[in-house]
Design a protein. Structure first.
Length: 225
């Protein structure tokens, strides 16, 4: 994917080289950082051109969580966390902070590349279109959401989930169907992850969070009444 710049953050030089080699074959440009402090420095210098960040959790100086928090204060750039821990609570915590995806070590480099491409395709492939759903305005070209003309900050996954719900307005959607259509092939996990995202979205929508209805025993439905 030419013109896409990926920032690879990992304290292991061998891991950075492995990721870089596979991504370069697909046409990506690569920036590197060996610790959290360096990651913030590289990001600040190149944030206008970075398309995606691959971010290790366990690093010296600043860990991945701290880097994630700082970046999310000013940017919605897609972030994939690289973790060897694989604990459910860690993943839920990361999603709350705004991570878009997890990949557990060890991983297949080919699968990593596929996930990077999938996230970028979803983030960049929307048609130019703005729609209003009961005061919730979604700009698919700019990937922004406004509530009563005030922009709100959503992670990539929160944005995709909200968009999926509103585009299926008045349809009861099961958790399995939401997982299949929003997370696609690249996530196999507990459906409680959806509940966590819904809670966050409702909070950010304020009074209009009530449009997202819980359908007991099934899942969720977007309904304006």
């Amino acid at each position: 994917m030419e013109n896409n710049v990926v920032l690879v953050v990992d304290d292991e030089a061998r891991m950075r080289k492995l990721i870089k080699d596979f991504l370069k074959v697909k046409g990506f440009s690569i920036l590197e950082a060996e610790d959290g402090e360096k990651a913030i420095e590289v990001f600040e210098k190149n944030k206008s051109k970075i398309s995606l960040i691959l971010l290790d959790v366990m690093m010296p100086k600043l860990d991945g969580w701290s880097v994630l928090r700082q970046i999310r204060q000013e940017s919605k750039v897609p972030i994939i966390m690289l973790t060897a821990r694989g604990e459910e609570q860690d993943e839920l915590f990361g999603f709350e902070l705004g991570v878009d995806e997890y990949i557990s070590k060890p991983f297949s480099p080919k699968i990593l590349v596929a996930r990077v491409e999938a996230i970028l395709n979803r983030a960049q492939g929307f048609k130019k279109e703005i729609k209003n759903f009961g005061g919730i305005e979604i700009d698919k070209d700019g990937r922004t959401v406004k509530v009563d003309e005030k922009q709100i900050e959503l992670s990539l996954r929160e944005y995709e989930l909200l968009t999926y719900l509103v585009e299926n307005e008045n349809i009861a959607l099961s958790r399995d169907k939401i997982l299949n259509n929003v997370w696609n092939y690249d996530y196999y996990g507990d459906s409680r992850t959806i509940d966590s995202h819904i809670k966050k979205i409702r909070h950010k929508l304020g009074k209009k969070g009530k449009y997202i209805k819980t359908i007991r025993g099934i899942g969720y439905k977007f309904e304006i009444k």
